[in-house]
Structure formats: C-alpha cells, structure tokens
Design a protein around this ligand. Structure first.
Ligand code: NAI
Ligand code: OAA
Length: 328
C-alpha cells in the first residue's frame, strides 16, 4: 500500500456527522496505518466552529494524521483529493421526508460536482452521505462529466448495517453470522431490505426467521424508518452511526469487501435487475481496489420485485424533479 497520505475531503465537516467522522478517519478506521490528510469544507459561517474541531483533532495527536486544511472554497479543498465524502447538506427535521430536501440541497451538489470535476485527483472516489443521498449523487455525477460515473456512490450502508443488526437480534445470532444482506433502491422509506438472499450461518435468512408477518410488518418498516425513529428519539438525525457507515462503505470500496460476502451501495444502474439505467440505486455489490461490481444472477420473486420497483419508481420521480429544476 502506498505510504503517501490519502487525501480525504469531508464536506459539512463542522456538522454532527463530521464530529464523529473526522476523529475516526484520523485514528485509522479508514486506512489503517496509511497517513491521511484531511480537507474540510464548510460554509463560511461554520468555519469558526470547524477551527475548534481542528483544535480537538490536534489535541488527539493522531499518528496517522498528516495534515488538515479547512476552507469554504470547494476548488481549493477538493484539489488533488483521492476520496471525497460529501456529507454537508441540510438534514431533515421531524415530519419531513428526505425527498423534501431535494431543492435545498441540489445546488450544493451541483457546485461540488463541478469543483471535483476540475480539481480532484485522477483516482478520486466520491461517496455521498448528505440527503437525499441517491439523487444528490446523481446531481454531483451529472455535473462532473470528466469523472467516470462509477466513481460516485450514495450511502445505503447505514441501512445495510441496521438490517444486519435487526436480523441478528431477531434470530439471536451475532452480527458476524449474517452475510449477503442487501438494501435495494433508495435511501428512503421505500428502500427494500432483502432477507431472501441474506444468510444466517449460511442458511437463507427468510427461512431461518420463518415469520413472513415479522419480515413484512416489522423488519422492513423498522429498517426503512429507522432514521425517522432516531430523529424522534434524539431530536436530531443519526450522526455517529451515519459516520460509522460512511467509513465502512469507503473502507470496503477502497480496500475490498470480505470474501464470500457483499455490501450494499447505491451506484449508477446499468439496468441490472431491471432497475432503470442511470438511476443511482442501491444494489448488492462486491468491491475490490476501488471498483465495485453488481452481484448478478439473484432470483427476484414477486414480493421482492414489487418492492424494488416501488423504490426505483421513487428514484425516477426524484430524477425528474431535479431535471425540472435544471440541476442535471
Ligand atoms: N445517507 C445516510 O445514511 C445518512 C445521511 N444523513 C444526512 O447527512 C447530512 C448531514 O447530517 P448532519 O451532519 O447531521 O447535519 P448537520 O446540520 O449537523 O451538518 C451539516 C453541515 O453541512 C454544512 N454545509 C451546508 N452546506 C454546505 C456546503 N455547501 N458545503 C459544505 N458544508 C455545508 C453545514 O454548515 C453543517 O455544518 C444530512 O443531509 C443528513 O440528512 C444523515 C444520516 C444518515
Ligand atoms: O433519516 C434521516 O434523515 C437521516 C438518515 O438518512 C438516516 O438516519 O438514515
């Protein structure tokens, strides 16, 4: 592995997710012993708060932290970055759906896509956490014509992790016994966490659970609406778990998913599983050395088909809405 510092940009770095994410990045959770250089983007009014966070990063004396740069100009902050974690966006409040944020956040991802297109390193990978994540990734991708489209992804790893944890609790097994979890579709209430291909100790999860009512009426809604439940309980949206999933996703993308397993990532559809080409939709993927491949050949029954179709129809509506706004 290269010993040059990995240059990682984080947007919205003074926000709630940033406050957890930066310390984990700097402590080696992403790249192990490889030095890391942080490039932190914020809006001007948040730069003072960000200076305070940087003081705290300094105070941790992390051996792997090779440098920190902060600023509000995306072209300056993204210059030469190998990985851009686009977190900064307005989060939703109680009673809002993530799709309500399309217009408020669309402009951010247009400008950031354009800046990445100009100045990022040739090997850049871009992970979008800010909501509505799938469509924000589509906007950034559409505004960065020189960056290969497979370099963009949106975060559904938090949903994936939530699904593993709910299933593990139901069957009384450790999370490590669960493999091949898939989140299909949008990072929204329409997402489809799939227990027909997931396994518990090598056995099909839906068969181990053997409770269609739980699968349909408890598991799926609990995973799909977990973000809202956390907002309701905490008064603000998931932050530490979102940071953790952001690192899991980036780690596996850059360094590879585990053997005999896969992960969920929202990536540009090539039409696999009849997901309309061009939508940024979540799929089961295997990753290696910064590349991902959609797992092929999974049988999709009628139950799963209807749910995948509902979520991708929502993504198509979001795409049409941002097209109408001139963002793509
Ligand atoms: N995909 C996922 O699984 C999850 C996504 N999220 C989303 O992540 C985003 C961030 O969440 P939090 O950190 O809790 O929000 P936050 O409000 O605490 O922080 C967001 C930060 O982004 C900054 N920001 C706004 N516009 C910016 C711009 N143009 N450039 C750079 N920074 C900018 C703000 O100043 C703020 O500091 C939200 O959109 C939230 O909905 C949250 C949890 C999970
Ligand atoms: O629900 C929200 O708005 C934050 C989020 O995306 C999540 O926790 O999954």
């Amino acid at each position: 592995m290269s010993s040059d510092p990995l240059k990682v940009a984080v947007t919205g770095a003074a926000g709630q997710i940033g406050y957890s994410l930066l310390f984990r990045l700097a402590s080696g959770a992403l790249a192990g012993d490889r030095p890391i250089e942080l490039r932190l983007l914020e809006i001007e009014p948040a730069l003072k708060a960000l200076e305070g966070v940087v003081m705290e990063l300094d105070d941790c004396a992390f051996p792997q932290l090779a440098g920190v740069q902060i600023g509000s100009d995306p072209e300056q902050i993204f210059d030469g970055v190998n990985l851009a974690l686009l977190v900064g966006a307005r989060p939703r409040g109680p009673g809002m759906e993530r799709g309500d944020l399309l217009e408020a956040n669309g402009a951010i991802f247009t400008a950031q896509g354009q800046a990445l297109n100009k100045v990022a390193a040739d090997d850049v990978r871009i992970g979008v956490t800010g909501n509505p994540a799938n469509t924000n990734a589509l906007i950034a991708m559409s505004n960065a014509p020189d960056i290969p489209q497979e370099r963009f992804s949106a975060l559904t790893r938090l949903d994936h992790n939530r699904a593993i944890s709910q299933l593990a609790a139901k069957v009384g097994a450790p999370v490590t016994s669960i493999k091949q979890m898939t989140i299909w579709g949008n990072h929204s209430a329409t997402q489809y966490p799939d227990l027909f291909h997931a396994t518990v100790d090598g056995k099909v999860a839906a068969e181990v659970v053997d409770d269609q009512d739980w699968l349909e009426n408890t598991f799926i809604p609990t995973v799909a609406k977990r973000g809202a439940a956390i907002i309701e309980a905490r008064g603000s949206s998931s932050a530490a778990s979102a940071a953790s999933a952001t690192i899991d996703a980036a780690h596996d993308w850059l360094f590879g998913s585990a053997d005999n397993d896969w992960v969920s990532m929202a990536v540009r559809s090539d039409g696999s599983y009849d997901v309309p080409e061009g939508l940024v939709s979540s799929f089961p993927v295997v990753t290696e050395d910064g590349d991902w491949t959609i797992v092929q050949g999974l049988g999709i029954d009628e139950f799963s088909r209807a749910r995948i179709d509902a979520s991708t129809a929502e993504l198509a509506e979001e795409r049409d809405a941002v097209k109408e706004l001139g963002l793509i």
